[in-house]
Ligand binder design. Structure first.
Ligand code: CDP
Length: 229
């Protein structure tokens, strides 16, 4: 027995809903590891583009490449670093608009989702983990200690995304960003495998007009109620 606390917090929600910010804040306050599963799908999408594959036109080519990709999450000083074939994954590359434009097409490929599962569940041994994505409470960690679904109106989410430097194409407008994230949400919530939806036992938070700290405070209060942390 190590006496290590094993707590899993699952956070799901649509694009640009503020989940990452909330999950990062929780990891800091609880002394746990933040696991961004969106970055894992973005990494596969980025690697596919680099291999000259159009994931929408040729999903089979993405599946054929999976054995050549060794994707790992490596704990380094309390933070998880994504590693692809022994090289740290560059954040700027996977958050680029070209990757955002194809990531949902990659994430709807059943073989890709299946391939991801063990890599995501492997993190459980780390102790306190805060895992964020679309299917964490429903599929990846169905027995998570706490499950949250964080959302906001499409307008609020488009505004938030527009403020994130490097994540939108130059000249993007509120309307174009709103259209891009609406399309991604449409694909994510209508796919056959592990669609975006709240788990039956998730607490849902609508965060329009809330400050980042306010959202984190609400989640921390819910976690304390449930775990006595
Ligand atoms: O940060 P943002 O809200 O733009 O999205 P993300 O969390 O980086 O996720 C990018 C994409 O990966 C999503 O639009 C989904 O298509 C996919 N994804 C997924 O299918 N399942 C997850 N658990 C996480 C992400």
């Amino acid at each position: 027995m190590t006496g290590k606390k094993m707590i899993q917090i699952a956070i799901d929600g649509p694009a640009a809903s503020g989940k990452s910010t909330a999950a990062r804040a929780l990891a800091e306050r609880l002394g746990g590891y933040y696991v961004n599963t969106g970055d894992m799908y973005r990494t596969v999408a980025w690697a596919a583009l680099q291999a000259g594959i159009d994931p929408d036109a040729d999903p089979a080519a993405v599946v054929a490449k999976l054995p050549a990709w060794d994707l790992r999450l490596q704990a380094e000083e309390g933070v998880l670093q994504l590693i692809l074939n022994d090289v740290p994954v560059p954040q700027a590359a996977i958050r680029a608009p070209e990757v955002a434009a194809v990531v949902s097409q990659v994430a709807r490929i059943p073989e890709v989702r299946d391939w991801m599962l063990d890599r995501q569940r492997d993190c459980r041994h780390l102790g306190i983990i805060i895992m964020e994505g679309r299917d964490i409470g429903t599929v990846v960690l169905p027995d998570a200690t706490c499950k949250f679904f964080i959302t906001a109106s499409p307008e609020e989410r488009a505004r938030r995304r527009l403020q994130q430097a490097g994540e939108v194409t130059p000249g993007a407008t509120l309307a174009s960003v709103a259209a891009d994230i609406a399309e991604r949400d449409r694909i994510d919530s209508t796919r056959a495998v592990a669609p975006l939806k709240p788990a039956a036992d998730a607490e849902i938070f609508v965060t329009d007009g809330m400050e980042k700290e306010e959202v984190a405070d609400l989640l921390i209060a819910a976690i304390k109620r449930k775990t006595g942390l």
